[in-house]
Design a protein around this ligand. Structure first.
Ligand code: IVH
Length: 699
């Protein structure tokens, strides 16, 4: 048997098994035999790509190749719907349609599935392309992922050339089950629609296949007009006969209930028959049934049934005049995307930020919202000029939830430029993120300095982001180490800078020289090396910068991964950072400036006992001996403790000064140990001892 014959035979055989399995749930052969045949067919197709069938059953398997979702032009207009927010508006739509189309008009009412809009293109009965809606003219080709969905036919029983519109979604139960299996909370999808949108764009179709996506198909467009069924009901019936899944929860409205029932019967399709007078009752019923459905819907779609009337009514620029979407909820907050600002963070990470028309939400006016990364923008298919809905996630952070209306300017999905908006360096792509690899990029430099000086880090008073910017532009501050090299007095006279502010700056810098090693370490701005990990490193024996540099030089990943909670990625980051000549130069300069480069020593030059190791401290109120109170926190950290900003079940101690209300109450409720200032001083060994004595008395 030659390759062609073998490919044809295997294709037929596997197709038969798949049909039986997907449509009837029966397996004709064992899983291992099935896998063996599939592997063989994949091998042959790889060797003879010209002989592979475009709808080969191997397409269901999904591949490990990276998808790139090229933009393609739709061959049908992919319009969205005009919206109604009250039953009255739907009734108006009925009235206007009947005025134009005559008494005999009828309407289909369907669920408006909350998923991802998709167009499936078939040529001569074979699925050739699956394309997202995009801006209605241009969408992304996601064929490889869609082909893994069992409810999408790869070929049709007739050689038709058609386009089928549908909504790809994930059932509520499947969504819950998948999210429950994802241990990393940050990776869990916020809702079924987001998970469906993310899956449709998974880079590997072998991974997309693992998410049980489904599709409901609701419109069909025939290339050959003569073959087009006469009305919507017949289109749905035909789609079903061709193997597409349609939403069975259909309602149908005519002059009388009998008339509606007759039309459903004639088309051979299930549905509930209503007279026009039943509209309000139907809507109320669906609003009530919504929560109990197995999938999410955000409204109902009412469509004129007769295609000749549809054609006569035509389209506005963006919506068909023959259909309307009734939405269950009035829009939360709508805004227009007027632009996207691309920011460069201190680590070089690129973050696109949505600039929106000022929008009131939850008591504040929102102008900007993070868009996270290119992937997030792609999932939303977000373009400048689009109308979007805005929410406040967790009630604080504004987020762009979805596109409500596409722009009318022909803009396609926004793309982060290839080069850094600040320094013009070509960006690097790591996972879903973009990075500017230029360590000297001005935005990164300013970001690093501002981070180092921030109140959570070295806490340098009077050196906030704006001041950093002024000093940077004046050429006084070009790196972290410049903070200790420059002459703050020279700042007097710069824009917004008087003698007084220069003095405060000098004082702030001076005070910061005494911050503990843990603080210095976590302020360097090394990826993955925040306060928590700095604590883990120090407690794990890396209690000086020299020890870290030495281990990094040795390139010993295992010395880091031996520490509790330290993963390989973190280890590699730390090694890379402490091998970088730029960072090493900074460290040397900071050492020369007198900053602590090892865990704090007592007067005899011995390391402070790590008496707070494993403890988690929070602070409230004000103190006599610790002003600002961050000094008390520094003492905790210097002795191996961790500090947090709110009392939770993980907090072990609350350091309570004068005043302080809610944190104390919370600590009492949770049984967290409460320590007052005198008790804290005792723990530090500062009580009843003469200065210079050197001996620490603890407990
Ligand atoms: S009909 C010209 N029917 O809602 C035909 N759309 O804003 C227009 N949708 O883009 C679409 N369920 O993604 C239609 N039963 C349904 C639908 C439906 C969900 C989505 C679809 C469309 C959007 C309309």
């Amino acid at each position: 048997m030659n390759a062609k014959e073998e490919i044809d035979r295997l294709t037929d055989e596997l197709r038969l098994y798949q049909d039986k399995y997907y449509k009837e749930g029966t397996s004709l052969i064992s899983d291992s035999e099935y896998d063996r045949l599939t592997d063989r067919l994949m091998e042959l197709e790889a060797a003879h790509p010209e002989l592979a069938h475009p709808d080969s059953p191997t397409k269901r398997v999904g591949s490990d190749l990276t998808n790139d979702f090229p933009e393609v032009r739709h061959t049908i207009p992919v319009l969205s719907l005009d919206k109604a927010y009250s039953p009255d508006q739907v009734r108006d739509f009925f009235g206007k349609s009947i005025a134009k189309g005559g008494e005999l008009l009828s309407f289909a009412a369907e669920e408006k599935i909350d998923g991802v809009s998709m167009v499936l293109y078939y040529e001569d009965g074979v699925l050739v392309r699956a394309v997202t809606r995009g801006n209605g003219e241009v969408g992304n080709d996601v064929t490889a992922n869609i082909m893994t969905m069992r409810s999408v036919p790869l070929s049709l029983p007739e050689p038709l050339t058609i386009a089928v519109r549908g909504e790809v979604y994930i059932a509520k139960a499947d969504f819950e089950a998948l999210n429950a299996r994802e241990p990393d909370e940050a990776k869990r999808a916020a809702n079924p629609r987001n998970l469906a949108a993310g899956t449709v764009r998974r880079q590997k179709s072998s991974e997309a296949k693992l998410v049980p996506l489904r599709i409901f198909c609701y419109e069909g467009f025939w290339a050959d007009r003569d073959q087009t069924p006469p009305d919507h009901l017949h289109i749905l019936a035909k789609l079903k006969a061709l193997g597409f899944t349609i939403d069975e929860d259909l309602a149908f409205f005519s002059n009388t209930e009998e008339e509606a029932a007759r039309k459903l019967r004639e088309a051979g399709i299930e549905g509930r028959a209503y007279a026009f007078s039943g509209l309000e009752g139907y809507i109320a019923g669906m609003a009530g049934a919504r929560k109990g459905l197995g999938y999410e819907i955000d409204g109902l779609v009412f469509k004129i049934n007769e295609l000749d009337v549809r054609e006569r009514m035509g389209y506005t620029e963006h919506h068909p005049r023959w259909a309307i979407a009734y939405k269950f909820e009035a829009p939360q907050a709508e805004a227009k995307l007027v632009g996207v600002t691309v920011q460069v963070g201190r680590t070089g990470r690129i973050t696109p930020v949505a600039e929106i028309t000022p929008t009131k939400l939850g008591g504040s006016t929102i102008r900007r919202a993070t868009l996270h990364n290119q992937e997030y923008i792609d999932e939303l298919e977000l373009a400048i000029g689009d109308t979007v809905s805005i929410s406040k996630r967790g009630d604080v952070i504004p987020a762009v939830e979805r596109v409500i209306d596409k722009n009318e300017d022909g803009n396609t999905t926004f793309r982060i430029p290839d080069v850094c908006p600040c320094c013009g360096t070509r960006l690097e792509h790591i996972g879903a993120l973009d990075f500017c690899p230029n360590y000297g990029c001005p935005d990164q430099v300013r970001g690093r300095i501002a981070f180092f000086a921030s109140s959570d880090q070295m806490d340098i008073e009077s050196l906030g982001p704006k001041t950093v910017d002024i000093l940077y532009k004046a050429g006084m501050l070009g790196s972290i180490e410049d903070i200790y090299r420059m002459d703050p007095a020279a700042a007097a006279g710069l824009p917004g800078f008087g003698e007084k502010s220069a003095e405060l700056l000098a004082k702030g810098i001076e005070e910061s020289r005494d911050r503990p090693f843990a603080t210095v370490l976590s302020s360097l701005g090394i990826a993955e090396l925040g306060k928590k990990n700095a604590g883990i490193l120090i407690q794990g024996g890396f209690d000086s910068i020299d020890k870290l540099i030495e281990a990094a030089e040795a390139g010993s990943v295992s010395r880091f991964t031996a520490l509790p909670g330290f993963g390989e990625v973190m280890a590699e980051n730390v090694i890379r950072a402490f091998s970088d000549p730029g960072l090493l130069a900074t460290v040397q300069a900071l050492r020369d400036a007198g900053l602590h480069m090892s865990a704090d020593m007592d007067a005899k030059g011995e390391k402070l006992p790590q008496v707070f190791a494993g403890q988690v401290w929070c602070i409230t109120g004000s103190f006599e001996n610790f002003n600002p109170r961050t000094k008390a926190l520094a003492e905790v950290e210097a002795r191996g403790g961790r500090t947090v900003s709110s009392v939770t079940s993980k907090t072990t101690h609350l350091l309570a000064g004068k005043g302080g209300g809610s944190k104390r109450a919370e600590a009492e409720r949770l049984g967290v140990e409460i320590v007052d200032e005198a008790g804290f001083l005792r723990l530090l060994g500062r009580q009843g001892k003469e200065p210079g004595d050197g001996q620490l008395t603890l407990f």
